[in-house]
Design a protein around this ligand. Structure first.
Ligand code: URA
Length: 222
């Protein structure tokens, strides 16, 4: 049995605990919407709050755009967390697999307890932590219906808010994705097992299947 806060505060499962304060998830439990980011930045590690700094301001602006499709949303109504709960260090490097693995039990516990209907992932690390091998450049802004931690949930992959700061060409794409969320899922797939055709449907919006039959005559072939 793990205890979220106590175990998180004591966690030395990877080297990141040396970087400063832990940043636990924050928000109501349970909550209908959960947002998962990558890892806290320096500002967040000082504040102890996810998305408290510059990326948080970007996220607040983007969350306003969600209102056109999801109705009025306050940050206080959403549970916000990160895949990795410690600051990855100067330059905010992408967390390593070992660091993501060390934190995975905390993210799983959060999903169980928060029990969200909708999970919005921000960036590739967040998307792949719950949907392995899914290509963000294909799936951004599209709603998937997936079985996650024992029940069906909508997963909506989004680019990470700072992606727009570092790559201005992405800004209109990110804004469009946030303002046009649909709760009609494009897919209905099981996450397990992932080594079958459902894995392909995570990665590609359309799949062509080439069937080999005994002749070209559709009436007589077998
Ligand atoms: N980026 C994240 O992914 N999470 C934060 O909390 C802040 C910036």
């Amino acid at each position: 049995m793990i205890h979220y806060l106590t175990d998180l505060l004591a966690c030395q499962g990877c080297d990141l605990h040396l970087n400063g304060f832990v940043v636990p998830g924050r928000g109501p439990v349970p909550a209908q919407i959960m947002i998962i980011g990558e890892a806290p930045g320096f500002d967040e590690s000082i504040a102890g709050v996810p998305f408290a700094g510059k990326s948080g301001k970007e996220l607040d602006k983007l969350m306003k755009l969600l209102e056109s499709s999801l109705g009025k949303i306050d940050r206080e109504d959403i549970y916000i967390t990160n895949v990795v709960k410690h600051w990855p260090g100067v330059g905010n490097p992408t967390p390593k697999v070992k660091q993501i693995r060390a934190c995975s039990k905390f993210l799983e516990m959060e999903i169980d307890q928060v029990n969200p209907d909708i999970i919005i992932t921000l960036g590739k690390t967040a998307l792949n932590s719950i949907c392995p091998k899914t290509d963000l450049s294909v799936w951004h802004g599209k709603t998937m219906s997936l079985e996650i931690r024992g029940r069906e949930r909508y997963v909506i992959p989004m680019y990470h808010p700072p992606d727009g700061i570092y790559n201005p060409q992405l800004t209109p794409v990110i804004k469009k994705d946030f303002s046009s969320i649909s709760l009609t899922p494009l897919t209905h797939v099981q996450l397990q097992p992932i080594r079958d055709i459902s894995e392909l449907s995570h990665r590609f919006p359309e799949i062509t299947v080439d069937l080999e039959t005994s002749s070209l005559d559709t009436e007589t072939c077998s």
